[in-house]
Design a protein around this ligand. Structure first.
Ligand code: GLC
Length: 636
């Protein structure tokens, strides 16, 4: 099929399109047709028939796209860097835990605006299965909202309100699996062959055992193995995560069409960013770990091309928590360069911030960033300190060895440190999914508790409290200042909210200690942000000031690369951003001791009269404990 007949099928679904809109659509279809074909052909043999169906799905959804969203599409086409701009900043929250329900979220928009938020990721809110549901990541119906949160109309109203206030809504698209209770899974269990083919089902253990030889376990404690026997299916169904999360079979083109339709339908409700949950897992290949397979990127390319035609305002964010060498492909490498997700998580940055806070040594950090792949200039990372998941200690053995450390020993150190077991540790966290076979141990905990605020408050010692606050501000300054992407603030971190030990009392949560760091928003605590001298005031105003500084600093545009600088002081991290308006060098002191100012390193970058963009004042002569500076040559 050529682009002309593709467009004809599309237009058949849009009989009364105005001339201008039709021209515009033609331009988009022409632009993205080849990318769509290339992506599909890499995966599905029956491409011509499939293309017609893709055109129809896009056309049907376009016919229903509200006028206001068409306008947004146009604005975005003319502002392709909208998500890369220095003023972009995100907030991550559970709707219920943040504000009770979707209407409650609408009422809290002023709070988000006060902080400087332009993007809101509401964690899973579509109808999950009853009982355990992995924090909503086991979806039973993608077209319904969890009833306690509201309705689809409420979601639409919230999106509209957010959009008018300049905030984009990001929603999870769980596309690796559905709940066992989802209609597709139910139909499969009733014996419908069409839907059985939506899943990977094997009559006996022969094939599952072959796969298991090379598959890791994601939840070794509460969901060992990757396959689950289902009595009604009379088969072993693929379940990478929990036994009630069934992996869908993306080698079936119908699955592609279902998800494309879903994305466009949700985009028509006003969702602007889709977080492609667990995207690394969607293609399976015997003899591999079934992550990061080339088909994942071909599929993303095809989905994105179709969505660029049907809802160009939309961006994709890949949730691929994988090694740096595999991660780059999610923003596009090789023939997928610039054709896949616009955003992906910078997991390495997050891990290295915690690693350097524990060791007070930045050499591994500098080394890891040095080796970190460059992203395409049209994309951005999501930079974050915490999220709703655990922290996996993704320290590469190669990087560790390059700075004289042992990878396994450093990983062990970090998990012990953040559990609070290591002598002198300031942290209060918990081990998550300890795996005796691999020695792997991940960590749960709120940022403030991991950074020492919980222990400091208990001690009542003002100096320790102050240090913990400075540590948190330093950590936030790194993710906000890094500059290659959208910084994401995790709900409660802006106020220093601590671990929520109550999770252990809730039957649906007690086995999953990630709920330790999924607290309910404490609005009483939030009120104290207005009261000078409180912990909340120092943190909230400190983070807000960083976001304001970022917004007014052109060097923070994500199109420009960040490079770490080697310099002799192992307590300091220096990050350099080159920009046509002048170089910017960030200086971070990862120790609780004063450090000399790195004049020489700055001089080498042409900064002889350093001016700090955060305080808007000349740089100090020495660095305070946990100091953070974003330096340019003095503008006067
Ligand atoms: C993602 C989510 C995580 C969930 C998993 C399975 O990694 O962030 O919370 O458990 O996907 O859906």
């Amino acid at each position: 099929m050529d682009s002309r007949s593709f467009l004809d099928h599309l237009l058949e679904e849009l009989p009364s399109l105005e001339v201008y809109r039709s021209l515009e659509l033609q331009a988009r279809a022409k632009r993205y047709f080849a990318e769509l074909c290339e992506g599909l052909a890499a995966v599905y043999p029956e491409t011509p028939a499939l293309l017609e169906q893709v055109a129809r799905v896009i056309g049907r959804n376009l016919a229903e796209r509200p006028q206001e969203l068409h306008e947004l599409d146009l604005v975005r086409i003319h502002t392709p860097d909208w998500f890369q701009r220095p003023e972009m900043c995100g907030y991550i929250a559970y709707a219920d835990r943040f504000a009770g329900n979707l209407r409650g979220v609408t009422e809290r928009i002023p709070y988000l605006k006060e902080l400087g938020i332009r993007y809101l990721h509401l964690l899973p809110l579509l109808l999950p299965r009853e009982g355990e549901n992995d924090g909503g990541y086991a979806v039973a119906d993608y077209r319904r909202v969890r009833p306690d949160l509201g309705t689809m109309d409420d979601l639409e109203a919230l999106c509209t309100e957010l959009r008018r206030e300049g905030i984009s809504l990001c929603l999870d698209l769980v596309l690796n699996h559905v709940a066992r209770e989802h209609p597709w899974a139910q139909a499969a269990r009733r014996g419908d062959p069409r839907y059985r083919a939506y899943f990977y089902v094997y009559p006996d253990r022969t094939i599952p055992d072959q796969y298991e030889r090379t598959l890791p376990e994601i939840f070794p404690n509460f969901a060992p193995g990757n396959f689950t026997w289902d009595e009604e299916l009379k088969g072993w169904v693929w379940t990478t995560f929990n036994s009630w999360q069934w992996d869908v079979n993306w080698s079936n083109p119908r699955v592609f069409l279902e998800y494309l339709d879903l994305i466009l339908w949700l985009a028509n409700r006003g969702v602007e960013v889709f977080r492609l949950d667990a995207i690394a897992f969607i293609w399976k290949r015997l003899g591999t770990n079934c992550q990061n397979q080339p088909e994942v990127h071909a599929l993303t390319q095809a989905l994105r091309a179709a969505v660029r035609i049907g809802a160009p305002a939309v961006a994709f964010k890949a949730e691929a928590i994988v090694a740096p060498e595999d991660l780059a492909a999610y923003l596009g490498t090789g023939r997928h360069y610039g054709k896949v997700s616009e955003l992906a998580y910078h997991n390495t940055l997050m891990v290295q911030v915690w690693s350097s806070l524990a060791s007070r040594d930045t050499r591994l950090f500098t080394q890891a960033l040095q080796r970190f792949p460059q992203k395409p200039p049209s994309t951005a990372w999501a930079t974050y300190l915490r999220c709703h998941d655990d922290i996996g200690w993704a320290i590469s053995d190669t990087d560790a060895a390059a700075v004289g450390l042992s990878g396994p020993a450093h990983r062990r150190f970090l998990s012990e440190f953040y559990k609070g077991e290591f002598p002198g540790s300031f942290a209060r966290g918990m081990h998550f999914q300890e795996n005796p076979n691999t020695g792997d141990r991940r960590t749960s905990g709120m940022a403030a508790s991991l950074a020492g605020l919980e222990a400091a408050l208990e001690s009542g010692h003002p100096r320790l409290i102050s240090l913990a606050i400075e540590r948190l501000l330093l950590a936030h300054a790194v993710i906000i200042g890094h500059g290659e992407g959208i910084p994401l603030i995790y709900m409660g971190d802006e106020l220093g909210m601590l671990n929520d030990y109550e999770y252990a009392q809730e039957p649906a949560h007690q086995d999953d200690n990630r709920w330790l760091h999924r607290p309910r928003m404490d609005w009483g605590k939030a009120e104290r942000r207005k009261q000078a001298g409180t912990v909340e005031h120092r943190l909230f105003q400190g983070i807000k000031a960083l976001l304001e500084a970022r917004a007014r600093t052109p060097q923070m545009h994500a199109a420009f690369p960040t490079r770490p600088l080697w310099q002799p002081n192992p307590h300091l991290l220096l990050l350099k951003r080159e920009h046509p308006q002048g170089v910017l060098v960030q200086v971070y002191n990862f120790s609780e001791q004063e450090q000399p100012f790195p004049f020489e390193a700055l001089r080498q970058e042409g900064i002889v009269q350093p001016f700090d963009c955060i305080t808007q004042a000349p740089a100090p002569a020495y660095l305070r404990p946990y100091e953070r500076l974003w330096l340019i040559q003095h503008p006067l």
